[in-house]
Design a protein around this ligand. Structure first.
Ligand code: SF4
Ligand code: SF4
Length: 124
């Protein structure tokens, strides 16, 4: 299984890490303006257009920045409960339970199974 997060849409809500039964995801920092990758946000298989370059898609910012649901959206670092960016550090462990695909509020998780079938998160 190949798993990556489109960093241009990730809010840092941490839902994916919290629901994944096999620890595919880790939360990483958003780095600095001069070095967005300083926190290790690009350590998964995301293609070039989905890598973290220091900027979140405006539509995602508009949708989530004022939502007060107990998560720190778009925070630079992770505090153990939210913030930072999700990175699929252990995609090969994925068992395709699809829990993360349902819970990802940024709709930014991409999974490709061993037959090449692709799955993308849709927030419910
Ligand atoms: S689909 Fe894979 S990555 Fe997502 S929660 Fe399930 S095991 Fe984890
Ligand atoms: S659930 Fe989606 S938006 Fe939230 S931290 Fe994980 S990848 Fe990012």
């Amino acid at each position: 299984m190949d798993v990556y997060v489109d960093k241009t849409k990730c809010t840092g809500c941490q839902h994916c890490k919290d629901v994944c039964p096999v620890a595919v995801f880790e939360m990483k920092g958003r780095g600095t303006p001069d070095n967005p990758d300083a926190g290790g946000a690009n350590a998964d298989t995301a293609p070039e257009e989905a890598k973290w370059k220091g900027k979140t898609e405006q539509a995602i910012v508009d949708k989530w920045s004022n939502v007060n649901d107990g998560h720190r959206h778009f925070a630079a670092d992770n505090d153990g409960k939210s913030g930072g960016l999700s990175v699929a550090v252990n995609g090969s462990a994925c068992i395709l339970c699809q829990a993360c695909l349902i819970e990802c509020e940024g709709e930014c998780i991409h999974i490709t199974d061993d037959t090449g079938t692709k799955y993308v998160s849709i927030y419910k």
